[in-house]
Design a binder for this molecule. Structure first.
Ligand SMILES: Cc1cc2nc3c(=O)[nH]c(=O)nc-3n(C[C@H](O)[C@H](O)[C@H](O)COP(=O)(O)OP(=O)(O)OC[C@H]3O[C@@H](n4cnc5c(N)ncnc54)[C@H](O)[C@@H]3O)c2cc1C
Length: 385
């Protein structure tokens, strides 16, 4: 008898999972992908789109997916593990035998008057509003992470006639090394960005008036959708689906989680932050474990890590912070045009990796994670707990 693998969410993790499953060409395995939009959103390009330096941050799913993947246009409203179905917002029901939960993190709460760059609709509004501002008008970017840094620099470079200010509660790029952070700060200032670190912005009230800005771009963190929680699946305090090291949901053995919406619920995986560089390996890993389950084999422990963090600062400047597998900063960083080129190559590679996986299941490989010592305190705490 055949079985169906249903991927919920067509972002980096979901598309990678769908391709790994479909390209494996298992007899009797149908692969379906449900996503609210008809085109793939290159979320890592949304700041470029908002600032007007990129025309279209989307790609046709047909150009990315293995032809055997059935794309369903819709939004999952509830996942039922009891009868293995997903209820869509339009009332349709989709049956599944294996499910990959990959709904991303585009659900941040944004105060009235601000626009969230991590959402396509808000990025499109930001693009229109920025282009309509009079010379000398203020733009406030709120947040201290890399999305805020990239957005501020991209905007300042694209609109030198505007006053762009970045407000962050703490230091910018908190995970960077000291030297890498100094390079970022210098280059942001050189791009014309006024830096206000140690300046938390209250998420209520009239933020435009409070910051004296014609446009406020809110980049204060990603948030997972509530789908797992409303479906009665285990979630952490941020609403992310809790999975074990094989990316399976404990107690719900046919459900796997990948990407920003899922968290491996072990301290030794705490280094895996919400990012594309973690989402794609998780998507591939979840699919690989579904294929193993079909063979009656045990799931493999997830193993992915980092090598560098690439930050674009407009189209011709950037900083690359080299990191250890656990994302801790190394002393080395690159900056300038070489770093910008490196970042652009990585952005293009994400789509090439996805397309490569559509041609051959298992084609995509990624850096391994830190060696996990059984005696390391984090692991001990877990195994003792
Ligand atoms: C401006 C910007 C720049 C970034 N730059 C980088 C970078 O340089 N490097 C990096 O590693 N990361 C970067 N990131 C982070 C990266 O984009 C995310 O970590 C990545 O998109 C996560 O992939 P994902 O597949 O988990 O989720 P997403 O890419 O968010 O995809 C989730 C998909 O699920 C769909 N979905 C949501 N709810 C439902 C539902 N109920 N039913 C069905 N489908 C649903 C969504 O519509 C979406 O298509 C950046 C993010 C932003 C905003």
């Amino acid at each position: 008898m055949g079985s169906t693998a249903l991927i919920v969410g067509g972002g980096y993790a979901g598309v990678m999972a769908a391709n790994r499953l479909a390209a494996a060409q298992r007899p009797g395995l149908a692969v379906q992908l449900v996503n609210p939009r008809r085109r793939f959103v290159e979320r890592i390009r949304l700041h470029e789109y908002a600032a007007g330096s990129r025309e279209d941050p989307t790609a046709a799913f047909e150009s990315l997916l293995h032809p055997a993947v059935r794309l369903v246009h819709g939004s999952a409203k509830r996942i039922n593990d009891g009868d293995r179905t997903v209820l869509l917002a339009d009332g349709r029901t989709m049956p599944w035998d294996y499910l990959v939960y990959a709904v991303g993190s585009g659900h941040s709460t944004v105060p009235a008057g601000a626009l969230a760059v991590d959402r396509l609709s808000d990025a499109a509004a930001a693009r229109r509003e920025l282009a309509a501002l009079a010379p000398g008008a203020g733009v406030a970017v709120v947040g201290g992470g890399l999305t805020a840094v990239e957005t501020a620099a991209e905007t300042a470079r694209a609109f030198p006639q505007l006053r762009v200010a970045l407000y962050s509660a703490g230091p910018i790029a908190p995970r960077f090394g000291e030297q890498g952070r100094r390079a970022l700060e210098q280059r942001l200032r050189r791009a014309g960005v006024q830096l206000h670190t140690g300046s938390p912005v209250p998420p209520d009230g009239d933020v435009r008036r409070h910051l004296g800005a014609g446009v406020v771009l809110w980049c204060a963190g990603f948030a997972a959708p509530p789908l797992a929680a409303v479906s009665g699946l285990p979630v952490n305090g941020e609403g992310r689906l809790r999975v074990d090291p094989t990316l399976q949901v404990p107690g719900h053995g046919r459900i796997y989680g990948a990407g920003d919406a899922a968290v491996i619920d072990r301290p030794e995986y705490a280094y895996l932050r919400m990012c594309c560089a973690a989402a794609m390996p998780m998507g591939a890993g979840a699919a690989g474990n579904i294929l193993r389950a079909l063979d009656g084999a045990a799931g493999a422990r997830h193993d992915s890590g980092f090598r560098g963090v690439c930050v674009s600062l407009g189209r011709s400047d950037g900083v690359v912070q080299f990191v250890a597998a656990d994302d801790s900063p190394a002393r080395l960083h690159l900056s300038g045009r070489t770093a910008a080129v490196q970042k652009e190559i990585i952005c293009r590679m994400t789509l090439r990796w996805i397309r490569g996986e559509a041609k051959r299941s298992g084609a995509y490989t990624w850096p391994t994670g830190p060696k996990m010592q059984p005696s390391a305190p984090a692991v001990q705490a877990q195994t003792q707990g």
